[in-house]
Design a protein around this ligand. Structure first.
Ligand code: HEC
Length: 110
């Protein structure tokens, strides 16, 4: 019995770290929604329905039907300038994961 205690403690500590290091998809998506609201919603429709405020900006719910997620991720990290008539964005990988998790949560089969 004595020998079990450190093992159980180690397992508990590892478990705690794991939840902190990897937020759930829902948590990520919630962060992504915040980023989208703050930085993208002026031009893009960021919800599950509705037109974009700026007609040329595609609604986020259809973006992943044209873009591969990994390509979009790289572009967001590198800063999308090419497709964008707007201030240059440069996101860190965590924010991009959040944005993509959010985008995934609203994609339609368009
Ligand atoms: C000032 C207006 C504006 C803002 C703010 C804006 N966008 Fe855009 N975005 C556009 C326009 C306009 C296009 C279409 C450009 C084109 O087709 O050449 C576009 C295109 C895109 C595309 C390519 C979509 C596709 O299907 O081809 C992505 C991805 C994108 N925006 C992501 C974002 C993200 C993420 C944010 C917020 C961090 C953001 N945009 C903020 C105006 C904006």
């Amino acid at each position: 019995m004595k020998r079990l205690v450190p093992i159980v403690l180690a397992a508990l500590t590892l478990g705690a770290c794991a939840t902190e290091a990897t937020p759930s998809r829902a948590e990520l998506a919630a962060d992504g929604l915040e980023i989208a609201e703050a930085q993208c919603a002026a031009c893009h429709s960021i919800g599950a329905y509705g037109d974009s405020p700026m007609a040329q900006a595609p609604p986020f719910r259809s973006v992943l039907s044209r873009y591969r997620e990994d390509v979009l991720k790289e572009e967001l990290i590198a800063g999308i300038r090419v497709t964008h008539p707007m201030p240059e964005f440069q996101f860190n990988p965590q924010s991009v994961d959040a944005l993509l998790a959010y985008m995934n949560s609203i994609q339609t089969a368009e």
